[in-house]
Design a protein around this ligand. Sequence first.
Ligand code: SF4
Length: 447
Amino acid sequence: MKSKVYIETFGCQMNVADTERAATGLRKAGYDLTTVAAGADVVLLNTCSVRERAERKVFRRIGEIRNQAKRAGQQKPLIGVMGCVAQLEGAAIFEAAPSVDLIIGTQATDRIPSMIERARGGEASVIDLDERQEDEVWDVSPAERRSPYVAFVPIIEGCNKFCSFCIVPYSRGREKSRGALEIVTEVNRLRNLGYKEVHLIGQNVNSYRPKSQEGLERFSGATPFSRLLRAVAATGMERIKFTTSFPRDFHPDIVCALEEYPNLCDWIHLPVQSGSDRILKAMRRGHTADDYLRRVDAIKQSQRRLSLTSDIIVGFPGESDADFENTLRLVRNCQYDGLFIFKYSKRAGTPAAFLDDVVPEAEKTARFLALEQLQESLQHGVYGDYVGRKISVLAEKESARSSEDMTGHSTCHKVVNFRARQTQPGEIVDVMISEAKPYSLYGALAN
Ligand code: SF4
């Protein structure tokens, strides 16, 4: 009987993509993948370290898995820690959690089968924090993908930006772009398999810089990323989304590419983090509020109605009332379609962890709520504008509210619920919007 591997994934889309890639390699090596931890021979936790709380959760989970096996009278499975916590903490995890057998760094995904074999052969404390090999290709089998309609396609890994609050450049290493030909080939393959939507993903997709021009030769553009967008759009894949974009590298030619190709979806996620130049400088973002607003102008001036979303951190060390006011002003100005708001929390290992002038927790909460309230009122208007409009929706599943309704995402990346009639999951349909809620739209199939 084949050995069973269970992978539990925490954190961002890059981790989801890494899990899909690890599962592909494991199945090729003769393992079975299981969706439950109980009874698995190997348990891998693909971890996130963006917040310290997420890191603590992993250690709790290791204890739960060990105790679950003990209670069931089973042998302890091999336990492996993958992802960002593995890369950052390295061998220290073996000391903190002696039941861990494998530490798998963020770039060791393809070497997991051989690491497991070493552990099963009796080697204790197997660890690999090395870089990816030059000849490794991003190979994901459709069987391991989370959805049969929407696929994540990583185009760049790592980050060179070193924002002062962020651990990612330390856990994911420097930016490394995949070759354009490999990306286009993967998108073509997904299209032939019936996928309807791809998300080109990376910490900063628009910092894309491949080593060679192979695959981009026929496509012009001001930056390698805008050329890649055109190359991917030319595959004919029905819907193409991309996230996340970094403001400093956001060239208006991206908007031009979106105008040229209707299958490039009308959604841009462009995190600003703060509306205060003083705080942006302390965050080492490399842009001012005005630089950011110039990018937003290019997006808002587009002939297409482009949906804009962002991330903001409130309560960064030293953030005064006046700084926060600037953030509120910027948010009013941008009229975001969606906003992810975070209360700053110190992350050990980042430069910001050494900053004094900490904003009291109560003040952070007050700012969070004020910003949330402002965004909700603005979003009410933004969503309301869709009423009476027809939008294209990828039907994904039955709605939680009613078995007669389906739910899916629009090209502007909004959740849309609609009366399903004969619609099947995976179909792209036009929906006439009749009602707007703060975080979703509702409508019926358009004739
Ligand atoms: S751009 Fe900044 S926030 Fe984003 S991953 Fe890189 S360091 Fe982190």
